[in-house]
Design a protein around this ligand. Sequence first.
Ligand SMILES: *Cc1c(COP(=O)(O)O)cnc(C)c1O
Length: 384
Amino acid sequence: MIPITDLSTQYKSIGGEIQKEVSKVLESGSYIMGKHVRQFEEDFAAYNGCKYAIGVANGTDALVISLMAAGIGKGDEVITTSFSFFATAEAISSVGAKPVFADIDTETYNIDPGDIKGKITSKTKAIVPVHIFGNPANMEKILNVASKHKLYVIEDACQAVGALYNGKRAGSIGNAGCFSFFPSKNLGCCGDGGAIITNDERTAVIAKALSSHGGGETGLRAYNLITGTNEKGSPDKYCNYLIGCNSRLDEIQAAILNIKLKYLDRWNEQRREKAYLYNSILKDYSVSIPKEETGSQPSYHIYTLRTRNRDIILKELRRQEIDARVYYSIPLHLQKGLEHLGYKKGDMKSAEKVIPYMISLPLYPELTAKEQNRIIKCLINTLT
Ligand SMILES: *Cc1c(COP(=O)(O)O)cnc(C)c1O
């Protein structure tokens, strides 16, 4: 089987380096909030051209904590795309706010900026664009709407680490950017991990405090920022100033990420080369190849086509040991877990129109030319 993504091949290439660093962490006896996390936060912020990065336990928590740090909760509405992984809407719901869905652009599959304006009410506090499949959303238009209505922009960049939009890294453009280091993401650790990036000191301090029970010195600083006071308090880590959560990046995961971050640009470049090879051949067939936003350089977390007879083609590829997949078969507004929001079929015409035709092909840096040629041949055979 040619897998949809291949983590073991990547591990073979850098396993020695990882084992050495992980051993050092194990021997150090320091497993939480130590020097590896500090190093990663520093390097990840610099990589993204941002002032601050805060390591957290996963990408979902990165979204939850960013929303909390923006003071978003019960009674607030947050506009997001109807086409994403469930966690985007789940995070908005879990802080007590109401996800309000906007339709998507049928070519980039990202939130349609033109559909945002009509969804804004007096309760709207933020927009959460998702750079779906690693393809940056039209941030220029999104930021325009946001600034007109004084809304926060929290980027769900979980699929877009390293992608560029007008020369800036995805996630560094809005008020805060959220990342997941789930193993299969472009920058993945060996377990769960995540991060928030921001240029805003207030957001950084509050997010850092919330990620660790709102305690200690950071908790006190966050408390003073939120209340506008200048409490001296105790720097004791068992003095807690905010109700946050326990969501930290582990030292072991940070040590692994420190190694992998050095390879990220090369890996993303290899993904792009393979995506463009797919494009160059498949453009002559009856499929819709992925479209990039002008001025953007996607990370190609997932390579997705649109084709007629999607389900037949999917079955045939799988029969030929090619792990093609469907990301994602159900738009967020029609997910059972969100039925209380009251959406129905037909509410997001564009998303509903294109989703049944989407199919994703194996794409990862280590995919060999031989494997890719086999995928292309099989696909072409099913198309003709
Ligand atoms: C992976 C992902 C998340 C969630 O990240 P976890 O680390 O799995 O919690 C959120 N949004 C998008 C778009 C994702 O792809």
